[in-house]
Design a protein around this ligand. Structure first.
Ligand code: HEC
Ligand code: HEC
Length: 300
C-alpha cells in the first residue's frame, strides 16, 4: 500500500509527542503574554485620549458657563469670583477650608451644588448650582469634564509665585492665608501668620474687592461715569458735595458701612456689598476713608 503524503504527521515516539505538545503550549502562552503587553499600552493610550477629550469638552463648558465670573484663564475677577488657576488654590485652599477629601471632590462638589447659601459674601454674586442632580443645567459627565479642566491647571498654577508670573490669588475674607511663595519645590503649606495690626488701605482696596467695581485712576465724567460703580479718579473733589450736611469724611464712611443709605444717581442700590463692617475693623475703615479722600493718593 502506498503511504499517504501526510505520513510525516504520524509520530510514533510518545516523548516526541509530549515535546511537541509542550512547545505548542509555550507558544500559546507567549502569544497571550505579548497580546497582554500590547493591550495594556493600547488601553493606556485609549484612556489618555479619553481623558484628553474630557478636558477639551471641559474647556468648552468653562468658556461658556464659568469664564464670565472666573475669567477666561480661570484667574478670577476681582470682587466677582475667586481665581481657580492659582497656586493658592492648588496648595493652600483645602487647608484653609478644612476639607479632608481630595481637590477633585472639592471642585466637583462645589461645581455640582454651588454655594447658594452664601448670600452675603465678598463676591458680587453667588456661585451657581450646576449639576442637574441639584437642579442646575449640566449633566454629571459635564460636571466631571469641567472639573478635569480646572484640575488640569495644576502644573501651570504651581509655577506661579514669581515676579512675572504672580499668583492671581484674591484673599477670601474667611480664609486669609497666603499661598506659599517660591516655585513648586517650596509648595509645603506655611503656618498661618498671626494677624498683625490694621491692614493698609491700599491693600484693603484690593483685598476687599473694591477694585473689581471701582476704578481708582479714572475720573467720573458724564461720558464715563464708571460701568459698575462710580470711578474714583476725582473722588476727593466730589465727596463733600454728595449729601447736604455731610462732610466728605462722614459721607465716605457712610458709603462704605451703609452703601444703600445714599445711592449715587445712575447706580442701583444693593450692588455694593453691605457687610464691610464685619470684614474690616473701624480703624481700617477710617484709614480707607482718609486714603480715598487724599488728593495726593497715587493713582493705580
Ligand atoms: C455668577 C458667577 C459665577 C459663575 C458663573 C461660576 N462661579 Fe464658581 N464661584 C463663584 C463665586 C462667587 C465663588 C466663591 C463662593 C464663596 O466661597 O463665597 C465661586 C467658587 C467656585 C469654586 C470654589 C473655589 C474655592 O476656592 O473655594 C469652584 C471650584 C468654582 N467656583 C468653579 C466654577 C466652575 C467650574 C464654574 C462653571 C461651571 C463656575 N464656578 C461658575 C462665582 C461663579
Ligand atoms: C460689587 C461692586 C462694588 C464693590 C465691591 C464696592 N463698591 Fe463701592 N459702590 C458700588 C456702587 C454700585 C456704588 C454706587 C451706588 C451706591 O452709592 O451705593 C458705590 C459707591 C461707593 C462710594 C460712593 C461713591 C460716590 O461717588 O459717591 C464709595 C466711597 C465706595 N463705593 C467705596 C467703596 C469701597 C471703599 C469699597 C471696598 C471696601 C467698595 N466701594 C466696594 C459698587 C461696589
Amino acid at each position: 500500500m502506498k503511504r499517504p503524503w501526510y505520513r510525516f504527521l504520524y509520530i510514533r515516539s510518545p516523548l516526541v509527542k509530549i515535546g511537541l505538545g509542550l512547545i505548542a503550549v509555550l507558544i500559546a502562552i507567549a502569544v497571550l503574554l505579548f497580546q497582554g503587553v500590547i493591550e495594556e499600552q493600547r488601553m493606556a493610550a485609549q484612556t489618555a485620549n479619553w481623558e484628553g477629550r474630557g478636558i477639551e469638552k471641559g474647556a468648552e463648558i468653562f468658556a461658556t458657563n464659568c469664564s464670565t465670573c472666573h475669567g477666561m484663564d480661570g484667574k478670577g475677577l476681582p470682587a466677582v469670583a475667586p481665581a481657580l488657576n492659582s497656586k493658592y488654590f492648588f496648595t493652600q485652599r483645602l487647608t484653609d477650608v478644612g476639607w479632608a477629601g481630595s481637590l477633585h471632590d472639592y471642585v466637583k462638589l462645589t461645581v455640582a451644588a454651588g454655594r447658594p447659601s452664601k448670600v452675603n459674601t465678598q463676591w458680587a454674586q453667588i456661585m451657581p448650582t450646576w449639576s442637574q442632580s441639584y437642579g442646575g443645567p449640566l449633566r454629571d459627565d459635564q460636571v466631571e469634564n469641567v472639573t478635569a479642566f480646572v484640575l488640569n491647571w495644576e502644573e501651570d498654577a504651581l509655577q506661579q509665585g514669581t515676579a512675572d508670573n504672580p499668583d492671581p490669588w484674591q484673599m477670601f475674607s474667611d480664609a486669609p492665608t497666603k499661598a506659599p511663595a517660591g516655585g513648586a519645590a517650596a509648595a509645603a503649606p506655611e503656618v498661618a501668620a498671626e494677624p498683625t495690626g490694621p491692614r493698609p488701605p491700599a491693600e484693603l482696596f484690593v483685598s476687599m474687592g473694591c477694585t473689581g467695581c471701582h476704578n481708582l485712576a479714572v475720573p467720573q465724567t458724564d461720558n464715563n461715569p464708571g460701568p459698575i460703580a462710580p470711578n474714583m479718579g476725582d473722588y476727593p473733589e466730589r465727596a463733600g458735595q454728595r449729601v447736604a450736611g455731610e462732610s466728605a469724611e462722614v459721607y465716605t464712611h457712610n458709603s462704605i458701612v451703609n452703601p444703600n443709605a445714599f445711592v449715587v444717581p445712575g447706580y442701583n442700590p444693593g450692588v455694593m456689598p453691605a457687610n464691610f463692617t464685619e470684614r474690616m475693623s473701624e480703624e481700617e475703615i477710617n484709614s480707607l476713608v482718609q486714603w480715598l479722600l487724599d488728593p495726593n493718593r497715587p493713582l493705580q
